[in-house]
Ligand binder design. Sequence first.
Ligand code: RNT
Ligand code: ZN
Length: 417
Amino acid sequence: MSTKAFELAKETFASFGVDVEAAIEKLQNIPVAVHCWQGDDVGGFDHEGALTGGIQTTGNYPGKATTPEQLMADMDKALSLCPGKKKLNVHACYAIFEDGFVDRDKLEPKHFKKWVEFAKERGMGIDFNPTFFSHPMQKDGLTLSHPDKEVRDFWIEHGKACIRISQYFAEETGIPCVMNIWTGDGFKDIPADRMGPRMRYRDSIEQILSEPFDFAKVKPCVESKVFGIGVEAYTAGSAEFALSIAAMNKDRCLPLMDNGHYHPTEVVSDKIPALLCFFDEIALHVTRGIRWDSDHVVVLDDETKEIAKEIVRCNALDRTYIALDYFDASINRISAWVVGFRSFQKALLMALCTPNAALKKLQDESNFTELMVMQEEAKMLPFGAVWAEYCERCGVAADTSWFTEIKEYEKEILSKR
Ligand code: RNT
Ligand code: ZN
């Protein structure tokens, strides 16, 4: 039963030409991928030891998941507190070895059977990521761009194995699988050869993409980055590199933008409409960098809202694969999942309830004074009442009572690990 506040809000939005019922319905069908790696600080199950290779988690909050069962249970808890449509995002290092360990170049679909069961039981598709870090074959900070062919070949085989696993995910779930290639390949200090590693990186990615797959089902992406920890001077997979390789292989590859991977004054919200002019589909990692690619939990800040607005305004909801990508080890990890997911849902809801058509008209008529007035006015529309109604319809709490559940889970389960 909808509240009085919602009915009033609906009228207000209608007077701005916004149909909130349509917005709510749309939002319920926008898949957002939830990254398994928030649950264990990007640990995985195929190795002991630290996260290496250009990324870092900080913090040591108690209760981290250390087994597939724990990670799945924690994810379930998080998913149950989030409204909207979810997709599962798994990294190759989360392989589950039931009949013996194999290295990353030998991974097979069977090592992810449990994840498929988990996703199917919850009606989710699966996105996938080869893991080019936290492994001894990452040598001298390099994988696919290493000068030694043996190193490159190991990682090319890993990439190909992941294509086959992605195809399996898509076939099992009936939902396309986005497979994202990100490596931290780079140098700590000024290199003498910037092009060589990129030529090798290009060749390696193209070899991975030569593995047969159905592009309607598997969506390989290349994710760029400006720099990583320990490799501050040079990154092989720079923005220009990643965009160009996707553009040159448009029949089998998409660009992926992570909003933590650019210079601090660059914004992905402005890059989305630029790429949509050239690519049929694009992929995003939504994160929150503070001063660097710190991967803080996504909150409802201006850029998060702007990213959601661009996807909606460009009418690109079915051309944009949205995934969350952050890892905060300093707070309750389940809460981190929930805050990030709910924040992006709020951003999408606000985008869908913004009078985009009316604002665009003002711009096209060069009515910039009124455009400013209306854009500011739109910020104060009663989004909260619509959010509450949306949560109610999705069967989750609109207020912070979800956090009470997390505190109980922490007391009953996490604190006993
Ligand atoms: C790293 C990239 C990459 C990773 C995941 C774990 O900077 O953002 O996407 O976060 O693959
Ligand atoms: Zn990312």
